[in-house]
Design a binder for this molecule. Structure first.
Ligand SMILES: Nc1ncnc2c1ncn2[C@@H]1O[C@H](COP(=O)(O)OP(=O)(O)OP(=O)(O)O)[C@@H](O)[C@H]1O
Length: 251
């Protein structure tokens, strides 16, 4: 059963430039869903609509079968977005940030400490609770971003390129955390430019470009469709991605 159903979702920041052009997508409960696309494809915009940061048009996005567009019709779903940017206060310590965001997310006061401990244990930040967030390394900052997203114990976790620009150790740690969350049944949408991460983590994959979904299905099906690459004998998601997305220079 799909937890998220998206039907012909269109969106533009201005009426002149459509960014999402009729997205159709089904995300099954408990799947780790990889959303791949070149820069500017519309991934962040799509996640922002799911997270409620951008108003959702009516009758296009359904969560648990109910229209996600208006607060009145929204089902109560624990959903978290871990954005690409560092979304915390640099002058505050790790603990102060976690306590603040737990409050913002409506965690009951009596549970704040245990939620902080749980998020910190999952992200390996236990020894950094007293460190100023702004002084952390890039990898630890990414882990703090993730820890904040875990405070409300999300059933739906939206991860926007959570491993960009970090050291291999933190990258490995974050990927393991995501894998474990997936095993525990969290439904995850994961955007990344790193194909090997998506191949490793995700059971379903969609490739999007210019606001459209070009391919969508189980990872095994997409891999079976991928052309052989000159560098590796077996087919790879990267080869399919390059074949499908237009070969423009983007950064
Ligand atoms: N706030 C905004 N106002 C106007 N245009 C925007 C805004 N945010 C994004 N865009 C434009 O919408 C398009 C899609 O951007 P989006 O960030 O959703 O893509 P993306 O696939 O997440 O890219 P990236 O991999 O670089 O993060 C781009 O052309 C971008 O310039």
């Amino acid at each position: 059963m799909s937890v998220i159903s998206v039907r012909q979702l269109a969106f533009g920041y201005s009426s002149a430039t459509p960014v999402l052009k009729g997205i159709d997508l089904e995300v099954p409960e408990g799947s780790v869903f990889g959303l791949l696309g070149p820069n500017g494809a519309g991934k962040t915009t799509f996640l922002s609509i799911l997270a409620g940061l951008i108003p959702c048009p009516p009758d296009r996005v359904f969560i648990d079968g109910r229209d996600w567009s208006t607060p009145a019709s929204r089902p109560a779903v624990r959903l978290a977005l871990v954005p690409q940017e560092y979304a915390f206060y640099h002058p505050l310590t790790v603990r102060e940030n976690l306590a603040f965001f737990a409050g913002v997310q409506g965690v009951p006061k009596a549970q704040i400490e245990s939620r902080i401990q749980s998020a910190v244990a999952r992200t390996g930040l236990g020894e950094r609770l007293g460190s100023r967030a702004g002084k952390l390394s890039g990898g630890l900052k990414r882990r703090l971003n993730l820890a904040i997203g875990l405070l409300n114990q999300p059933r739906l976790l939206l991860l926007d390129e959570p491993t960009v620009g970090i050291d291999p150790h933190s990258r490995h740690f974050i990927l393991e955390t995501i894998r474990q969350l997936g095993r525990e049944g969290t439904t995850i949408i994961y955007t990344s430019h790193y194909m090997e991460e998506v191949e490793e983590l995700c059971d379903r994959v969609a490739i999007m470009d210019h606001g459209q979904i070009l391919r969508n299905g189980p990872l095994t099906e997409l891999l079976a469709e991928a052309p052989p690459t000159p560098r590796r004998r077996e087919s790879s998601l990267e080869a399919l991605f390059l074949e499908l997305t237009t070969r423009e220079l983007r950064d």
